[in-house]
Structure formats: C-alpha cells, structure tokens
Design a binder for this molecule. Structure first.
Ligand code: ADP
Ligand code: MG
Length: 288
C-alpha cells in the first residue's frame, strides 16, 4: 500500500508539506495547520510496523498516542523551546487497512544524530545538561522514556533540547507486553533488550551512551566522569546515579567552558575604536 496516496489535505485543517522521515515503524510528515497557522508534524503508523499483526501494531500506536498526550502536559510550552512536542489531535483515514495518525507540534531544529554526524558540537556540555533536565522531568512524573538515542532528541538554538518519540515510553512499573524486548542496541540497556521490566535506570543507561557520544568523557573532571561511567553499568543494580548531581556538575562545567559574551557597551567601544583606527589608516595613506 502506498501511504503517499494519502491526500495532501487531512480534513480541511492540515496540509502536508513534505515527508520528514520514514522508519520501520512510522512515516513522519511536516504539515501546515491552517487553524493555528503553525507547522505541525503528522506521524502515521507504517503499514508494516515492526512486522506485528495489524491489530498489535495499532494497539502499540495507540499506546504511543496516549503517552505523547500525557507527556505534552509536562512541557512549559512557552512556544519557543518546548521540552516535548505538544499533542494536537489524532485520527484515522478509512481505508483497507485504515491509516492511523496523530498530530503534534513541529519542533524546529536538528536531531542530535544529525549534529553528531558533523562532530561534537561546541555547546555539547549545555546540550548534555538540558538532556539531563528533560529526563529528570519525565522521571519526576513517573515516566520512563524507554527509547533515548540521538535520533529521538531535537536540539534547537542555545543547546536547548526536546525529547520526542514516546512509542516505548511507559509509566514506572507498567508492563506493556507488546513492548517487551524492543530496543536499539548500543543505547537500549541489556535488561530491556532481554524483555525484563524496566525503570528509570534503564533510561540512565541510554543517556550514559548519549553522553559518551556528546562529551569527551575520559577528560571530564573526576566526579562527572565517575557519574557517567556509573550510568553505563550493564548490571541494573550497579547503575545508581543521581541525575541532579550530574546536571549540577555539567552546569559548573558549562559556566567554565563557555566564554561569557562581552557586555554590549564593550562591543560598542570596540566597534568605534576599530572605525577610528581604519579612518586613521585612510588619512595616513592619502596624506603621504
Ligand atoms: N515533533 C517533531 N518535530 C520535528 N521533527 C520530528 C518530530 N517528530 C518526529 N520528527 C522527526 O521524524 C523522525 C522520526 O520520528 P520518530 O517519532 O522518532 O519516529 P519512529 O518512532 O519511527 O522512530 C525524528 O527522528 C525526527 O527527525
Ligand atoms: Mg524515533
């Protein structure tokens, strides 16, 4: 079945602009919401999602929609730097089989995977610090992301980050049979890949791997280095880390590593001084 056969318009409200991504589980389109006048993202359940039965795939998609809805309430949506996408609506296009979708706010920026492909960014410490903050917000609300990796992180200006993709998210102690054993090797911890129940420490493992991608961990001050190493312990019981402590360490580091911008008045003095020097050069040249 060709999903591109979906009309350009979804109802009279959403107009699809272009495809943003296509994975094994979903098709993600950028669209324009003519009601709010803002860009939005429409996520469709891929027809062959995870090679599951259509019924199981639809059930998992519904689970993702419910988690996206719950998590969207945790974003202090000042519109500029949302920590999580805002859920907008969901729907189904009648067809055989039906096409399921949901709509959420579009988060402008680049995925961390795209950024890392060009090397470690200059504001890596700040990105890391914001990542810890977002994961802490989920955990404080009893939610485990369950699928943290660089493609599920969007970085916007000033190192602010948003977490996306809640298809594997769940409440602490919630067992979702369909999700057992699914993950991304390299980021997903061993207990999750093996299908055991997961908790906050499972996110810590994935976050630890991401921090290794982002930071030169072996050259970090010893406390931060120790905390990140602890996060990556394959054995769950040995993975005890206070994320707030790591965030505080990173905050100290970012205040040291990022040069403070010059106050505006110094900039003005600099510009005026350079203009005077240039003018003097010209005068000296013509009077020779
Ligand atoms: N709200 C959003 N804003 C901007 N880009 C998004 C958004 N949601 C998804 N994307 C883009 O689409 C890609 C796939 O979306 P994702 O939800 O991770 O799908 P999957 O569950 O198939 O991995 C992301 O890596 C990102 O590039
Ligand atoms: Mg994803």
């Amino acid at each position: 079945m060709n999903y591109r056969a979906v009309e350009r318009w979804i109802g009279h409200r959403f107009e699809i602009t272009r495809q943003l991504a296509r994975t094994a589980h979903s098709i993600v389109d950028l669209a324009f919401d003519h009601e709010s006048g803002k860009p939005v993202v429409i996520k469709w359940l891929a027809p062959t999602a995870r090679s599951l039965s259509p019924r199981a795939a639809a059930r998992m998609f519904y689970h993702e929609i419910m988690m996206t809805l719950a998590i969207s309430a945790l974003s202090s949506d000042n519109g500029k730097n949302p920590r999580f996408p805002q859920f907008i609506t969901m729907g189904k296009i009648k067809d055989i089989p039906p096409k399921y979708y949901f709509v959420m706010s579009y988060i402008a920026g680049e995925t961390l995977a795209q950024i890392l492909a060009a090397g470690r960014p200059h504001d890596a410490v700040r990105i890391a610090q914001n990542l810890c903050q977002n994961v802490r917000i989920l955990h404080a609300n009893g939610i485990i992301h369950g699928d943290l990796h660089p493609q599920n992180i969007i970085v916007h200006s000033q190192g602010e980050v948003s977490l996306i993709d809640f298809g594997q998210s769940r409440y602490r102690y919630q067992t979702v049979a369909d999700l057992a054993g699914i993950g991304r090797p390299g980021y997903t911890p061993p207990e999750q890949l093996a299908g055991y129940p997961i908790d906050e420490r499972s996110d810590l493992f994935a976050l630890g791997q991401i921090l290794h991608d982002l930071l030169d961990v072996k050259n970090l001050p010893s406390t931060a280095r120790h905390l990140i190493t602890q996060m990556c312990q394959p054995i769950l019981s040995q993975r005890r880390v206070d994320l707030a402590a790591l965030q505080a360490e990173l905050a100290d580091l970012s205040s040291i590593s990022l040069p403070k911008p010059l106050p505006r008045r110094y900039l003005t003095v600099l510009v005026v001084a350079s203009m005077i020097i240039i003018a003097l050069f010209y005068l000296a040249f013509f009077w020779r």
